[in-house]
Design a protein around this ligand. Structure first.
Ligand code: 4NP
Length: 158
């Protein structure tokens, strides 16, 4: 069975589309599914922000085909791991969790790099252009760790 990972931010147009594209590029598609969603619904159906598309393209990743969608409680059933980009995303997701098992699937993404430090991936939407490069580099670093751990866990469990 494939291991399924969901990346979640607020709008699903800046951070989580990058996280989806970066993590997917580090995992074999025959064993893993990576998707993303937003806790908000403002951008449902939209392409990622052009600044996210551009920074990804400059690193060799094409995320332009992604379409924003809203997180739903069905995602707690569908996905094995749910990564929130910041503390507010984390609270919004956990508030929807139907049970403890669902809560335990939700992690603050940078805690995989800086254990228990609760560091946020900053929202670059209203910020400067270089915010997207900073976010990209943070996500690239943490996705290296996540991909290594996922591959270990997948091969131990299957
Ligand atoms: P994201 O960034 O959560 O990283 O996709 C945002 C995108 C849009 C808005 C906020 C954050 N917005 O308020 O529309």
């Amino acid at each position: 069975m494939k291991t399924k990972i969901l990346m979640v931010c607020l709008g699903n147009i800046c951070r989580s589309p990058l996280a989806e594209g970066i993590l997917a590029s580090k995992l074999p598609t025959d064993k893993f599914v990576v998707d993303s969603a937003g806790t908000g619904d403002w951008h449902v159906g939209s392409q990622p922000d052009k600044r996210s598309i551009a920074i990804a393209k400059s690193k060799g990743l094409d995320i332009s085909c992604q379409k924003a969608r809203q997180f739903t409680i069905q995602d707690f059933i569908e996905y094995d791991y749910i990564y929130a980009m910041d503390g507010s995303n984390y609270q919004n997701i956990v508030a929807l969790a139907p049970n403890q098992k669902s809560v335990e699937k939700v992690k603050l993404i940078l805690n995989e790099l800086f254990e228990n430090e609760n560091v946020d991936v900053p929202d670059p939407y209203f910020g400067l252009e270089n915010g997207f490069e900073i976010v990209y580099n943070m996500l690239d670093e943490v996705c290296d760790v996540i991909a290594e751990n996922l591959k270990k866990n997948h091969f131990n469990a299957n």
